[in-house]
Every structure is written in C-alpha cells, then in structure tokens.
Design a protein around this ligand. Sequence first.
Ligand SMILES: [Zn+2]
Length: 165
Amino acid sequence: MAADAKAKTATKKRTATTARKKAATASDSPFRNFTPYKPKRNEEYMSEGQLAHLREMLVNWRHDLMEEVDRTVNHMQDEAANFPDPADRATQEEEFSIELRTRDRERKLIKKIDGTIERLDQDDYGYCDTCGIEIGLRRLEARPTATQCVDCKALDEIKERQLHG
Ligand SMILES: [Zn+2]
C-alpha cells in the first residue's frame, strides 16, 4: 500500500510538470531556436526578406501548436477511464480540465496566428494599429502576432487596468 501511494505521488508530480511545460508553450514568445534576422545596411523595414523570415516564424509556431494540441488529445484518450478509484478519477478530471483549458488557449492562438499570416500576405503587417509607426523587427521576432507598438500596448494595458482594476 505504501509503495502504491508513493507511485501515485510520483505520477502526480510528473503530470504537474507536463502541464506547466504546456502552459509555457502556449505563451506569446515560444521561440526556442531561431536565428535573429540581420538586416542589410539600408535595408528597408519589412523588406521581402524580413517578411519571409517572420512568416516562417509564424508558420513554425503554428506547426508546434498544432502538434501540441494533437498530443493533448492523444494523451487524454490514452489515459481516459483507467482509474477505478473515485479519488483518482477526480484527480484525473481536474488534470483533464487543465489540459482542455490549455488546448482552448492554443486553439485561440492558432486562430490569431492565422489572422496574422493573412495580414502579412496582404502587406498589412509590421505597423502599429493604433498610431501607425513601425512595430520594429526585434519586437516582432519576440511577438510575431503583435499589432501595436510597445508604447500603445503599454498605454492600452494601463487603460485596461484603470477600467477593470
Ligand atoms: Zn503605436
């Protein structure tokens, strides 16, 4: 029995770690290994090369998220209904609901990425939606779905806090 309980705790710990890792993947800056774009001297902002680079980042990011969603679904199918003990089932349901929320976030993010790729293809990319200035290559590399410059984004967040905080 003691060994059994120990094994159970170990399983729980592992699952918690997996859930944390997944949450991190769904965040807005998921890029583990990409080479920052080096613009040539006098290269204009959002040149063809820069657009191709950012497009590739968006496509890769989308691909990773899709894989993550598939993994979550498979994982849930594999693990479903393996526990006869109601307490274990409750734990499992809790884990599933966390996974479902993560998956929901990932789906929303995929939609946002799709919209961003569409805008990029229509040459409507890289400039602040609010004030019209260049968002900046480095900021876009960190957040390819950004639609605002740092200043407008910060301002909006302050307004948001005042409204709801
Ligand atoms: Zn702006």
